[in-house]
Design a protein around this ligand. Sequence first.
Ligand SMILES: [Mn+2]
Length: 339
Amino acid sequence: MKNTFDSTKIIQFQRLCAAARTIAVVSHTNPDGDAIGSGLALSGFLQNLGHDVRFFVPNRFPKFLDFIPGSERVEVYNEACDAVRAYISSADLIICADFNRIERLDKLSTAVEENIVAPRVLIDHHLNPAEFELAFSDTDSSSTAQLVYELILAWAGVEAIIPEIALPLYVGMTTDTGNFSYGNLTPELYRAVAVLVERGVRPIEVSQAVFNTQSENRLRMVGYLLSEKMRVHAPIHTAYITLTRAEKTRFDHQIGDTEGIVNMPLSIDIVSFSAMFIETLDCIKLSFRSKGTFDVDQFARRYFDGGGHRNAAGGRYYGPMSEAVARFEQAMAETHPED
Ligand SMILES: [Mn+2]
């Protein structure tokens, strides 16, 4: 049995919250379903206990997450810079959800760094977390939402999992596991899901809202990328896709539209490693996914200044797309992922 949520740590966390007049929950840049779901659940839970809590992310989250009741509570830094900065830099407690290093907050990290008095608490499942005053870190967990679920359960029992908290927790779990198809699918995860369903979550409605609400443009972009842009290197079980800014414009790309595309080549029988290159204003963003034992966290660290989990990681490259691809090809020649 893991001691991520042993009673000493829970008591320490309760004390930190009790001593804080204001609490800032923060999550990472390009927030995904787990960032938003775990942040909303945690901030909602603490709010219900009477704490003054606000939840912040550095930039806008994908539109499909708007269906979560309470999503209007998420405060986006680049839409209200000064007010957000003032609250965070003077908060009495900062809780970091679903990321492992303050840099992952990009521009929001300045506000956190400015606050030199507030203790920082981590709740996260990414590898190699930085030092925090108190850390609930479990890299074997499917999602941060699963950790928030266990934290709430250990603190306040199942009664605290009211429907407005159950739903965002479920969204975090289902998005970080591709609707329960990859990642760490443990008995504990399914037990948590069972409880969330008992507490009012309707899985079919969530699936519809999360997975079946893409735009026509997005679906056409996926078709184009798979047909025209996917390269498969059968001998080394590898596939990759590149997406340029011009192509994004052509398909009226919206935030979140590239989500999940990197997983698609893994559905090819002989592919066990998939990469996606996305051109942004200042760099090429890379995503890596694997099935089986190939460690994409190590790969991302070694070649692309990134990291993540064994089967899902990210990185970046500063330079043109052609160079990023050349570096990738070179890296592949050195690593040879096998089944
Ligand atoms: Mn996560």
